[in-house]
Design a protein around this ligand. Structure first.
Ligand SMILES: Cc1cc2nc3c(=O)[nH]c(=O)nc-3n(C[C@H](O)[C@H](O)[C@H](O)COP(=O)(O)OP(=O)(O)OC[C@H]3O[C@@H](n4cnc5c(N)ncnc54)[C@H](O)[C@@H]3O)c2cc1C
Length: 301
């Protein structure tokens, strides 16, 4: 088999992997064909070894967070998918929270709240990891990662460690330096403000309740399908063009929130892509606005 060299070496190094792993199991959309090899690294050292191996054997790789912003091809992902899910330590030191990139935002928000640290309330309910959130500069309700992050450590494709300041990260609307580099984030430091634990909890619960009220959380999705076009809201444009409820195969524009494409059951990546193109065409023709997907497509064409 094509990646036998790789899996033989991973076995020798005692690094955990599975072959031909369906990515539908690792994305919130519940869509996606097989990753040739899914590797779970438990330490930064393991990550470095895996990167050196990929380099040596010329194997392409992709870094997976919680798969909550991904649309994975029905034809799967070539080479290696690297999961950092177990790099998930959370340490509190004064007003700083230092997290492994695989830590879930949910657990970081809860740890900060318990330590009476305020600033991350907005992120409670965003279903990603710290690494994925920094990569995307995830945000909600007026907050975003750029407001609370002070530094991050990353590893380059040759396994060298790099420390980045907030300025180095070039965080903007749903973008960061990580989008245009091969850097893999391994840990992130947030600096928060002292607050009252019960007030922080109340704010988190309020944000979560707003999500439950407005978003189609009962269906698999990858959150907002499109970025916010300047001067508009994608959901409002889509709704205005009577696209709510429109479907292609198992993919549908949510009837609850037009900004979400949902998987009603059995949706393929192809269904979602066709629906996205349809929405873009209608909105472009009627309003002259070009919608840009926020969801990231990954995998074989
Ligand atoms: C119901 C729902 C609600 C959502 N609400 C919001 C919201 O309010 N605001 C918002 O901004 N987003 C929202 N999202 C989208 C998504 O949760 C965020 O973009 C999240 O930050 C993605 O994190 P992840 O760990 O799932 O990353 P993934 O989806 O796994 O990956 C996203 C990108 O980050 C890269 N990446 C992941 N980890 C690393 C790493 N350690 N180093 C380098 N690159 C990495 C991946 O390669 C990929 O390119 C929502 C999604 C859903 C399903």
């Amino acid at each position: 088999m094509k990646f036998d060299n790789l899996t033989d070496r991973l076995s020798e190094l005692k690094i955990e992997y599975v072959k031909d792993e369906p990515m539908s199991r690792h994305t919130t959309f519940k869509i996606g064909g097989n990753a040739d090899v899914l590797v779970t690294v438990k330490t930064t050292d393991e990550l470095k070894q895996v990167l050196l191996l990929a380099n040596k054997l010329n194997v392409p790789y992709f870094v997976l967070g919680k798969g909550s912003n991904l649309l994975v091809s029905d034809n799967g992902i070539e080479g290696m998918v690297i999961s950092l899910a177990t790099l998930n330590d959370i340490t509190i030191s004064g007003n700083k929270v230092i997290c492994g990139a695989g830590a879930s935002l949910r657990s970081v928000c809860i740890a900060a709240q318990k330590a009476s640290l305020s600033g991350l309330e907005f992120a409670y309910g965003i279903p990603g990891t710290v690494g994925g959130a920094l990569y995307m500069n995830a945000g909600a309700y007026g907050g975003e990662m750029s407001q609370v992050t002070v530094s991050a450590t990353a590893v380059d494709s040759l396994g060298n460690e790099v420390v980045l300041s907030i300025d180095d990260m070039k965080l903007g609307y749903r973008t960061s330096v990580f989008k245009n580099s091969e850097l893999i984030i391994t840990d992130v430091t947030f600096e928060l403000k002292s607050g009252k634990s019960e007030d922080i909890k109340a704010a988190m619960n309020d944000f979560f309740a707003r999500r439950q009220d407005k978003q189609p959380l009962e269906f698999p999705s990858a959150g907002s399908t499109f970025k916010r076009p300047e001067g508009y809201f994608a959901g409002a444009l889509i709704e205005k063009n009577n696209l709510k409820g429109v479907s292609v195969g198992g993919a549908q524009v949510s009837e609850k929130h037009a900004g979400f494409v949902i998987n009603r059951g059995g949706a393929t990546c192809g269904d979602v892509l066709t629906l996205i193109e349809k929405i873009k065409d209608v909105v472009k023709n009627s309003d002259g606005v070009t919608l840009e997907p926020e969801v990231i497509f990954v995998g074989r064409k």
